[in-house]
Design a binder for this molecule. Structure first.
Ligand SMILES: Nc1ncnc2c1ncn2[C@@H]1O[C@H](COP(=O)(O)OP(=O)(O)OP(=O)(O)O)[C@@H](O)[C@H]1O
Ligand SMILES: [Mg+2]
Length: 316
């Protein structure tokens, strides 16, 4: 090849290469932009999805509890009122019995009537029945009061609407959440230590925070299913800027290799049908919505403490 021809072909090749490089750069830039866009779209989808999951889970728990509370409330009302009525009827009957006994002891009846009066109560230990029915009435009314409290707790608990932001006494809310969980606590033989400090009223969504307390306490109870010591410690405390709610257990602890996954949606170490892996994810979202922080400290075989930190005053 002559020098000229070589030069021409070199130039041609160089121009083609530059064009190709330029094209490649344009394409890379386009690809990068498209990738960024895709990443943003993906992030917003993930955020939307978890918000939807959170709302749906909260809404369905809220609806179920509100529904149960409503359904139980009507029969509860008439059973309570019937018991009151029965008790007053019963008192009248007792008066009649005493009169009956008075007639017998004062022989205020003719022989035939006296024999009949004695015959009617023969073999019956009426004083015992009277005494025992007093206990039955007291126990029944006590049981009804407990059912009423549960219904009230379910109602407090189910207030999960977005507009349910209010000034709230978080100590009272923790106590009502504990009552909702009392059967699980008793069943698992957990000991509960409450150390509730003085807290100012906090502007928050009570229904959503109850859900967080419920998730954390439930996790604590479940973590202690196989441990010897089963103690739940729930404490609250306030400083100038924050309130702190700590929920601690003496459970199995969380190993360091899963520590950074526990807040991920659907991450669970519980068996099929036992855990959805949403409890902590939702809790963190709720605490975030309150401009707070949810943190965890844990030691294997010793236990775990979750801390909810909420600001006393929200940033606008
Ligand atoms: N107090 C705790 N002690 C030990 N491990 C815990 C504790 N709390 C959470 N974990 C771990 O974090 C995982 C995720 O918890 P999360 O509450 O999100 O889901 P879950 O309890 O498995 O299911 P659910 O949706 O029913 O709450 C649990 O499966 C468990 O491994
Ligand atoms: Mg859980």
């Amino acid at each position: 090849m002559s020098d000229d021809a070589y030069k021409r072909s070199y130039e041609r090749e160089k121009a083609a290469r530059m064009q190709a490089e330029e094209l490649l750069e344009i394409k890379s830039r386009e690809l990068y932009a498209a990738n960024q866009e895709l990443k943003q779209a993906h992030e917003s989808l993930v955020a939307q999805q978890s918000a939807m999951v959170k709302n749906e889970k909260l809404a369905s728990i809220g609806t179920i509890s509100a529904g149960i509370a409503h359904e139980v409330n009507n029969p509860l009302a008439f059973v309570s009122s019937n018991i009151e009525m029965l008790e007053s009827y019963w008192e009248t009957m007792i008066k009649l019995y005493h009169l009956h006994m008075q007639f017998i002891s004062q022989k205020a009846l003719n022989d035939e009537a006296l024999a009949l009066a004695k015959e009617t109560i023969k073999g019956e230990d009426i004083p015992y029945l009277i005494n025992d029915s007093t206990t039955l009435f007291t126990d029944t009314k006590d049981g009804l009061k407990r059912v009423k409290d549960i219904v009230q707790n379910l109602r407090d608990f189910s207030r999960t609407q977005a507009e349910d932001w209010d000034e709230v006494d978080l100590n009272a809310n923790l106590e009502s959440t504990l009552k909702v969980l009392s059967s699980a606590i008793i069943k698992n033989q957990c000991e509960v230590t409450l150390k509730l400090g003085d807290l100012p009223l906090i502007w928050c969504n009570a229904g959503e925070l109850n859900q967080v307390f419920l998730n954390l306490i439930n996790n604590g109870i479940q973590a202690m299913s196989d441990t010897k010591e089963k103690r739940l410690t729930i404490s609250t405390q306030a400083d100038e800027q924050h309130v702190f709610i700590r929920i601690g257990d003496t459970g199995m602890g969380i190993s360091t290799d899963i520590m950074d996954k526990i807040f991920d949606p659907f991450f669970t170490t519980k068996g099929v049908g036992k855990g959805t892996g949403l409890g902590l994810h939702i809790s963190q979202k709720v605490v975030d919505d309150h401009q707070g922080k949810l943190t965890v400290e844990s030691e294997m075989q010793q236990g775990t403490i979750f801390t909810i930190q909420l600001p006393l005053k929200r940033r606008e």
